[in-house]
Design a protein around this ligand. Sequence first.
Ligand code: SAM
Length: 287
Amino acid sequence: MTDKKTLPTEVPTLYIVPTPIGNLGDITQRALDTLNNVDLIAAEDTRHTGKLLSHFGISTKTFALHDHNEQQKAQVLVEKLLAGYSIALVSDAGTPLISDPGYHLVTKCRQAGVKVVPLPGACAVVTALSASGLPSDRFSFEGFLPAKSKGRKDKFLEIAKVERTCIFYESPHRILDSLHDMLEILGPEREVVLARELTKTFETIQGLPLAKLVDWVKSDENQQRGEMALLIHGYRAVSDDSLPEEATRTLTILNKELPLKKAAALAAEIYNLKKNPLYKWGLEHLD
Ligand code: SAM
């Protein structure tokens, strides 16, 4: 490990330092060296970060920078950087700025000509995606799902026809409500992955058609606990059994009010399809 004040760069620098999302073994050597050698660590929660630092025997001073004071404190940090301090930015877990504070600080630093050096490291979005089995060539990270049902449904409507994998963060006490809203908008067949407690003892990565995933989460309270991300397969114009996703979604809604036979006949008429494949699909997928 290098001594204090001998970081590879002499110019004032803000280092963006990811920390583990559960497993302390995921901190990198470069993150430890940086945290050890900077003059100051800007942390989302200084007590939380204090525990991480003491675990690794690091005694660098910390400075609180969280959602509620970032706009104001960012200026103080920029001034310290311009005065020659080197500063590391950390959040409670994972990569700063990813659903975490730091955006204002980084923007101000760049505007002031302060060098910003990002360190690669743990991030729940990428960790979840890498093991989800969903297409990873194109994806979008959508942050936390809205807290209210209307906001969530609007969000799902917005992404209903998006063809790339969409990833959301969600809190455990809303997971079931969110999955129900998702089912209503995206239909029973959309493949969805729930990635829970990544890198921790009870890590679970479960991918199922949405209706089945809802049942699975409902039937096991443990699946409604801990930290979680939801990954949604992108829209496919034609579902695996060659029925347009729109048609199966409409059939699902109609079947809430009508017998399957009638619902299939109506959906067939709306989408100019044959009745039988829709009826057969309904027998296989709907209660
Ligand atoms: N900056 C972090 C990152 O790089 O992923 C995310 C911070 S955000 C405030 C916290 C949310 O990230 C959690 O509520 C959860 O949705 C997701 N998350 C964090 N750690 C996770 C884990 N170990 N497993 C699954 N999701 C996690």
